[in-house]
Design a protein around this ligand. Structure first.
Ligand code: PAF
Length: 280
């Protein structure tokens, strides 16, 4: 496995592979890897000739300074994990390599980046789009793998690829959960023991909400989920919404769309967690 820090050496190595017509699979990450990331790498391995994983904590997608400072940086441990699953290349640039000068591009995603995460984290998705576009330009992958836990991010990336005509297939991969149901996230390692015990409750509520679809409307389910979160002293609701899985706009009736999902963001202590569940 090779670890490259510069764009030049990464591109030089990848060019050889492109000349040999090798298919390149790409998994962009911010490091602090867990089984969810490793599953993306495994899937990429099974569908491509070589796999590139980028590890870059992208400062411009954080709208909370403390979150950026506290984001776990565990490059050596990440590299060991990636070696074990057979990753070929890690691209781990520093900030100057990616942003030799500030990038002020403003993307237009219509309403996709205004709802849910976009409402509470203004500028976040523009920062994600800027870095993902740069990474795609550097790696020029055939296939790129993204987890469905960040469901809204996935829709934004699909829209980015479409509007910028980037020749890459975006491959969504299912959420990976701990045995108790908690969606895997790099933030989980920052939970206290007490918070960690409460965390699985989030997915339990989503499952129970799904079980109530026959009796309750999307609005009633939303009210029910809000009440469940309220009665847990350690949890604080940011939002729960039942949305059309393509437009991400809230639905009023179950037959408003073919595919609806329930998306949630909650604070557990100081840690903000997101999750989602397929409803129809
Ligand atoms: O999902 C993430 O880890 C990040 O948002 C991404 C896609 C690597 C961009 O920094």
């Amino acid at each position: 496995m090779k670890i490259f820090e510069t764009i030049t050496e990464t591109q030089l190595y990848l060019q050889k592979n492109k000349n040999d017509k090798n298919k390149i699979g790409f998994v962009p990450t911010m490091g602090a890897l867990h089984q969810g990331h490793l599953n993306l790498v495994k899937q990429a391995k099974s569908e491509n000739d070589i796999v590139v994983v980028s590890i870059f904590v992208n400062p411009i997608q954080f709208n909370n300074e403390e979150d950026l400072l506290k984001y776990p940086r565990t490059l050596q441990k990440d590299a060991d994990l990636l070696q074990k699953v057979g990753c070929y290349i890690i691209f781990a640039p520093n900030e100057k390599e990616i942003y030799p000068e500030p990038d002020t591009t403003i993307y237009n995603f219509g309403l996709l980046d205004k709802v849910m995460e976009g409402k509470f984290r203004p500028g976040h998705f523009n920062g994600v789009a800027i870095v993902v576009k740069k990474l795609f330009d550097i790696v020029m992958p055939d296939n790129a793998y993204f987890g469905e836990k960040d469901y809204q991010q996935l829709q934004i990336i699909k829209s980015l690829v479409k509007q910028m005509n980037i020749p890459v297939n975006i491959i969504p991969c299912p959420i990976v959960r701990e045995v108790d149901g908690l969606a895997m996230s790099s933030r989980n390692m920052r939970l206290t023991d007490e918070e960690r015990k409460v965390a699985p409750f989030i997915y339990q509520i989503l499952l129970q909400a799904k079980g109530k679809m026959n009796k309750l409307s999307p609005k009633e389910i939303t009210q029910w989920v809000n009440r469940q979160i309220e009665i847990q002293p350690l949890l604080r609701m940011e939002y729960f919404e039942v949305v059309n899985a393509t437009t991400l706009l809230p639905i009023s009736n179950w037959d408003d769309c073919e595919h609806a999902i329930g998306c949630i963001a909650v604070f557990l202590g100081n840690i903000r967690l997101i999750d989602n569940i397929n409803l129809i």
